[in-house]
Each structure stands twice: as structure tokens, then as C-alpha cells.
Ligand binder design. Structure first.
Ligand code: SIN
Length: 283
């Protein structure tokens, strides 16, 4: 014991954000001692809603890491510098004079790696006065809503995924990537969640998911175009409005997300942590 109070559940409240996914967990202070019950409670809500949100948190980078580590090991980005003393916590900033925003297409984090992220935690330190929301899409629903014909045709199909170098060329170069040493990684298009056992669609926008294994580009393009539209259908989504102190924690194994880049002229400063995942299980 270090004298800090235990995180209390006395008045905790779960408030769903939309019909498809997302719930705010209210009246919980993540700066307190994080008991196993905090993990059990938050993980239960995460598995049910796919993405959980907290408001009015005041965390040091170490406290953010303490919370993330309840779920497992932290991914330390090979090229993004971590905050001092907090390996794995890095800054995601869009300055007023910048036009490009990281992550403004539907995707699941690190899908271009063999063992993609379990979850990602984003913590708002500065929020624009309007805009800059993040959207999430329930990929169980996206799978369930496919017709029996599409499910049968695409069962067993693998996606071809690559770091989106061309789009993020300057950033990638700064981070030490070179176009010719980026491997293509295959994943099942339909994946099984290791904890819930449910099947979801596992697919990112075209910068990452470049093709379908065993098909020519012109054959898979109509399917990829359809899935790109389908996975963002409004009825599968929720949208989160950031304030200073807000936290979003999403499960990359069943939820896609995208940043909304509609706040040019304002600064948005987030701290970000990614929890390591395992090899993807085919459904
Ligand atoms: C991301 O794709 O991780 C960024 C999401 C955001 O900034 O809203």
C-alpha cells in the first residue's frame, strides 16, 4: 500500500453512447490504486461495448501506463519516442497549421503486423473547441450483417496488409520506415475474438488492407470497396466528443476506429498507449 485510495466503485455508472457500441464509465478515478476488480469491471464493459470512455481523468504518463498494463504488455513503438520515464506512452499531436490527421480512415491498429494490438488507449490533454471526434464501428455487427452468400464466398479468405507508407510518406520516413522493407502480412478476413468467441469482420481501409490473398486486384477491388463502405455504416458506429481529461479505450479485436479531421486551425494533443496482442484467430 502506498497510501493512495483504492479506486472506488461506489457510484460507478455505465452509460451506453449509441445502439451499436461504446459506453462511458462514470464516477471512477483511474489515478487511484488499481485493484484486480478495476480490471475485471472495465474488461467486462469493454467486452460488452467494444470501446469504453472515461471523463475528467487527471493522470500522469505512469498512471496511464499502470491502467493499460492491467491488460498486458505495452507495445513500445520502434520509431515514435516515448514520454520520459513512461515507455510506450507517446504523443499524438495535430498542430493548428497541420492539415493531415493520423488515423482518419477506418482501421484496426497495427493490422500490418503479425500480432496486432489488443487495445489502444487515447487520453486527451488538449481538445479543439469543436470537431476532432473519434468514431468507432462494431465489427461483430459488420460481420453479422453480411448476407449468407457473402459469408460463404469470403469464408477462409485472407487479407493482405501493409504499413500505409505512401499515404504517410513523410512521417514514415521520419520514423525510419522505407517503402521497400515493409512486409505484407496476412490475416483472416473473419476473426474469432479470443475472449468472447464471437466472429467479427477484420478489415481496414485500403492504405492498410491492400488486397485479398489469391485474387487479382481487379477481382478483389469491388469486394474491398463494398466492405470499406459496409464497415462504416452509421448503424454500426458511435462517435465520441473529446474534452480535456477524456479517455477512450478500444478493443482492436472487434472494433474499428477513425479520427474525424474537421478542426483545422486548432491544436489537439493526445497521449496514446497500445497494448500488445496475439496472432489473429480465424473464425
Ligand atoms: C488513431 O487512429 O489511433 C487516432 C485516433 C484519433 O486521433 O482520434
Amino acid at each position: 500500500m502506498d497510501g493512495k485510495s483504492h479506486t472506488s466503485f461506489e457510484n460507478v455508472e455505465i452509460r451506453p453512447l449509441a445502439g451499436a457500441c461504446g459506453a462511458e464509465i462514470l464516477n471512477i478515478d483511474l489515478a487511484g490504486n488499481l485493484t484486480p476488480e478495476v480490471y475485471e469491471f472495465c474488461n467486462r464493459v469493454l467486452l460488452e461495448y467494444g470501446v469504453i470512455f472515461f471523463r475528467d481523468q487527471d493522470l500522469t504518463p505512469q498512471q496511464l501506463l499502470n491502467f493499460a498494463e492491467l491488460w498486458g504488455d505495452i507495445h513500445v513503438h520502434p520509431h515514435q519516442p516515448s514520454l520520459p520515464g513512461a515507455p510506450g506512452v507517446w504523443e499524438l499531436i495535430k498542430e493548428p497549421d497541420e492539415r493531415m490527421a493520423i488515423g482518419d480512415n477506418w482501421h484496426s491498429d497495427q493490422m500490418f503486423t503479425a500480432e496486432p494490438a489488443l487495445g489502444t488507449i487515447l487520453y486527451a490533454k488538449e481538445a479543439p473547441p469543436y470537431g476532432g471526434d473519434t468514431m468507432f464501428s462494431n465489427m461483430y455487427m459488420a460481420y453479422d450483417a453480411l448476407s449468407a452468400g457473402m459469408k460463404a464466398m469470403l469464408a477462409g479468405v485472407k487479407t493482405l496488409n501493409k504499413y500505409p507508407f505512401e499515404r504517410a510518406r513523410n512521417r514514415a520516413l521520419q520514423q525510419g520506415f522505407k517503402a521497400d522493407d515493409i512486409p505484407t502480412v496476412e490475416h483472416p478476413l473473419f476473426r474469432r475474438h479470443p475472449e468472447t468467441g464471437r466472429t467479427s469482420l477484420y478489415f481496414s481501409y485500403g492504405g492498410t488492407t491492400r488486397g485479398l490473398a489469391g485474387m487479382r486486384d481487379e477481382e478483389s477491388a469491388p469486394i474491398r470497396n463494398y466492405l470499406t463502405w459496409h464497415m462504416g455504416r452509421p448503424e454500426f458506429t458511435c462517435r465520441f466528443r473529446w474534452e480535456v481529461g477524456s479517455i477512450a479505450f478500444w478493443d482492436n479485436r472487434c472494433v474499428n476506429h477513425r479520427a474525424v479531421n474537421d478542426y483545422h486551425g486548432f491544436r489537439r494533443y493526445m497521449q496514446r498507449v497500445t497494448i500488445k496482442g496475439d496472432a489473429v484467430i480465424a473464425a
